[in-house]
Design a protein around this ligand. Sequence first.
Ligand SMILES: Cc1cc2nc3c(=O)[nH]c(=O)nc-3n(C[C@H](O)[C@H](O)[C@H](O)COP(=O)(O)O)c2cc1C
Length: 257
Amino acid sequence: MLDKLLNRRSHRAFKNEKIDFNDLELIKKATLQSPTAGNLTLYSIIEIEDIKIKEKLSILCDNQPMIKQAPHIWIFLADFHRWLKLFEYSNTAEKSKTKIRSTGLGDLHLALQDTIIASQTATIAIDELGYGSCYIGDIIENFEEIQKLLKLPPQVVPATMLIFGKPKKHLKEPLCRPDIDTIFFTDTYKEQSKKDLFRTYEKHTQRAKNNNTLPFENNGTIADQFYYRKFSTKFMEEMNRSTKVFMDKWCNIISKE
Ligand SMILES: Cc1cc2nc3c(=O)[nH]c(=O)nc-3n(C[C@H](O)[C@H](O)[C@H](O)COP(=O)(O)O)c2cc1C
């Protein structure tokens, strides 16, 4: 298990076949056994089978064709709707002589933690059984269209998405990560010097140099690449817009736009 974690890779290209049914059930069971705040299971997971929905997701998630080709797609949703309905069906407000309050950002944060922890359990189980997966963070874009496409009720928002299946080719070499001491601090946050910060991502810069993917040839760094390829792009602008919409809706804030 630890060996699998230390050598883990994301896989994006899969054989055109489903994984074994019993394995899928095991992955679901393991996912549900994840730690969950107050044992509440504050999430739902939608398994996408419909090719038309797969195609739409491919476009809505920053035009990534691998999504519609993936044999399995799971969308992980932070879900307070279920508990609000349970309050209603249990007459909880009447019994406690109170009004059910609006859901707030703390509720959302907790539900997102629950949901993302479950998604990571799923990735570990998928790897453990010899399959491969890749997160699709772009599921938090285009919230209004995703909400319509998946028929999401209020207080249900996308946290993340996983595509998975049998990899066409198992990737064996793990990608570089920062050194332990550049990420793990003791007792308090450690502000890093310019030199330390460059050291944190020096392997990433070297790899990008080797792959000729840096935007500036001679003095380019991984920061330039992140800035040009992600931070200043339309898709990250959309991610920020869409996230604000679903967070505002979650908190019952009506947008003036
Ligand atoms: C929150 C999150 C969102 C991600 N979104 C995407 C995505 O939309 N498309 C994609 O190809 N990979 C996506 N990935 C995969 C990362 O690109 C990948 O984990 C990273 O490049 C490191 O590679 P590795 O997982 O093979 O070590 C995402 C990963 C995470 C954790």
